[in-house]
Design a protein around this ligand. Structure first.
Ligand SMILES: [Fe+2]
Length: 187
């Protein structure tokens, strides 16, 4: 039989339709109420970890149960997960995020409210490390044999992934803001 030992699945989906203006208004309030922190971000604005209020409660309540359910099924997580917190990211030209993981949680994610052209893709880093370089013959055939996997970002994109999966964000090459919410689910 085939036994899957080191599975790495993520959710890659799109929230279709209009993004309510109330979301952006909540984000503006957060930006004016909290100074930026520096964690994985190099430049840009990153809020401290917060709990959603107002319209942002709807964003999480309406959009997260489905992808979270898929990932729980995929990774065999039986327990209820709670939103541990979220934070706002606003990046402009020359801003980027170094490779990092989200410690102390189970699944993490990011939702893009605004993602202009040239604002930088997100990169997931293979947990297999340099081992994947052995397999040039099959690199083009699947997502398995790559050291990183790049996902171009666009408005409405929702990604969820296991929190141990290392990721980074490319440098933005536009003065137009990329706005995203990142978040963690855990116990
Ligand atoms: Fe992150």
């Amino acid at each position: 039989m085939i036994q899957n030992l080191f599975k790495t699945e993520i959710f890659n989906g799109q929230i279709e339709g209009h993004i309510p203006q109330e979301y952006k208004e909540e984000i503006k309030i957060i930006q004016s109420n909290y100074n930026s922190v520096t964690i994985s971000n190099r430049g840009g604005y990153q809020s401290p970890v917060l709990q959603p209020k107002g319209a942002l409660i709807d964003l999480f309540d309406q959009n997260m149960p489905y992808p979270l359910g898929l990932l729980k099924e995929s990774y065999g997580v039986k327990q209820e997960l709670r939103l541990q917190g979220f934070w706002v990211n606003v990046n402009k030209s020359s801003d980027y995020n170094i490779a990092h993981v989200h410690p102390g949680c189970v699944f993490s994610g990011v939702f893009y409210l605004k993602a202009p052209k040239d604002s930088g893709s997100i990169l997931f880093h293979s947990p297999y490390g340099d081992m994947v370089e052995y397999s040039n013959q099959v690199r083009k055939l699947s997502t398995v044999f790559h050291t990183t996997w790049k996902i171009p970002v666009q408005r409405g994109l929702l990604l969820l992934f296991p929190s141990w999966m290392k990721h980074s964000v490319e440098l933005s090459n536009t003065d137009s803001e990329r706005i995203s919410l990142a978040f963690n689910y855990g116990w």
